[in-house]
Design a binder for this molecule. Structure first.
Ligand code: SUG
Length: 416
């Protein structure tokens, strides 16, 4: 059974809102208090998935967890005195950013020849710290076949882990043994470093990775201070290509050398500050792109419209495509509702290299499922939410009905 890269996108939940809960995520804090449009957000996400399906790529999805999260509210002993940010946290649709759901080591990289997944604990931000139990349930369902998958619980809570957003894999092809790169930050500046070095080291050991094909690289404190709260805001890799800002890593020369040593065929495209400044890269989310291998060969970069509309970024991308390198085409997608919370195309997907036949088929997208999902979203997702609506009994009822309708349509009621 051939191994393929399958992108699992999070379906944007019906409670999608802008509460400004992530310090260090500049888009999220800038848009705090804005009206959100959950229906439009979910349809934008679905259209992105369909675009990738049309490219001939394998596409999966995860469903939103229950919101508001009443078990978390109970743990918080929530009453009228509860901090509004915590109340909003119980409503957050942040599980849509599945690049933060787990870290994935494909079967060719691991000692036991299975694909290993570790659910991310997401402890740094309170509104994300309660995602993992529901995510774990879903991973255990989607990847239940223990002959092919090993799904791990979170790393110890003393180490923040934000999943694949801080993990890159280099391999000549997806189905070949690869080099896994764990990127971490150190607490230093005004914003939190969300990925702890030890979290990556725990995952590398428990996934059974070969130390010769594993690297740990420090994120630059400048990048975190400029708003790169995850490495995938300033770097993306696919097969042997790494596209990164020159200021992404603490010691760039050392980083490029480590990558070249571990993977001699690596092609590093380091974008200089004078071509696209770090600030513009973070504003436009150039690097929060999906870099995918096309079935006919070559790679495509799927960027958000915001990157396509940026003059310096556009100039860089035009040059990249005519340079005759591995990236043959650039496609722009509209994920504006997610972008306003700091989530670009890459945040919305978790890459799993696996044989599609070994995944629970209910989590794989095809035309028929896309029609069913679109129908449920159009019928049940709220058109808009103002932050003041969070907590209202009417909205509680509406988002609960909406999610249950989706689970019914996808035959996933066991996740209710
Ligand atoms: O964790 N935003 C998310 C965005 C995650 C993006 N993911 C990756 N880079 N892979 C976060 O900061 C904002 C929610 C709010 O403010 O309402 C939020 O959680």
């Amino acid at each position: 059974m051939p191994l393929l890269e399958i992108n699992f996108d999070g379906i944007v939940g019906p409670s999608h809102n802008y509460a400004g809960l992530s310090p260090g995520n500049l888009a999220a804090t800038a848009n705090a208090g804005d009206l959100s449009f959950p229906r439009a957000a979910a349809l934008q996400g679905l259209d992105k998935m369909l675009g990738n399906l049309e490219l001939g790529l394998a596409q999966g999805f995860f469903v939103p967890p229950p919101r508001p999260n009443t078990s978390w509210l109970n743990e918080l002993a929530a009453d009228d005195t509860l901090d509004p940010a915590l109340r909003a946290g119980a409503w957050s649709a942040s599980a849509m950013w599945t690049a933060n759901a787990a870290t994935v080591s494909p079967a060719p990289d691991t000692r036991d020849g299975r694909c290993h997944l570790t659910v991310a604990n997401l402890i740094t931000m309170p509104h994300r710290s309660h995602e993992w139990p529901d995510t774990l349930r879903q991973l255990r369902l989607a990847f239940a076949d223990e002959r092919h998958f090993a799904v791990h619980g979170p790393v110890p809570f003393c180490f923040g882990d934000e999943g694949a957003a801080n993990h890159m894999r280099l391999a000549p092809t997806h189905d070949a043994p690869g080099v896994e790169v764990f990127v971490y930050g150190r607490v230093s500046g005004r914003f939190p470093a969300r990925q702890n070095e030890q979290a990556g080291r725990v995952i590398a050991r428990s996934h059974g990775l070969d130390p010769d094909r594993t690297r740990f690289i420090e994120q630059s404190a400048d990048a975190i201070a400029a708003g790169a709260f995850h490495n995938d805001v300033v770097a993306v890799a696919n097969e042997t290509v790494v596209l990164a800002h020159e200021r992404a890593f603490a010691d760039p020369e050392k980083a490029w050398q480590a990558l070249a040593e571990a993977c001699p065929s690596v092609q590093i495209v380091a974008v200089p500050e004078r071509v696209v400044s770090l600030e513009e890269a973070i504003r436009s989310y150039l690097f929060n792109a999906q870099l995918v291998t096309l079935p006919e060969g070559g790679q495509a970069l799927i960027v958000p419209n915001e990157a396509w509309e940026s003059l310096p970024v556009r100039r860089f991308l035009d040059g990249l495509v005519v340079s005759n390198g591995p990236i043959r085409q650039v496609r722009a997608v509209n994920v504006r509702q997610s972008m306003a919370n700091g989530g670009g195309p890459a945040c919305l997907r978790l890459r799993v290299v696996a044989a599609p036949e070994t995944v629970d088929p209910r989590f794989l997208l095809d035309e028929a499922k896309a029609i069913a999902i679109r129908h449920v979203i159009a019928q049940h997702w709220p058109e808009q939410i103002a932050p003041g609506d969070l907590g209202s009994p009417v909205l509680t009822r509406d988002v609960t009905i909406a999610r249950n309708a989706l689970l019914d349509a996808l035959d996933l009621s066991e996740l209710a």
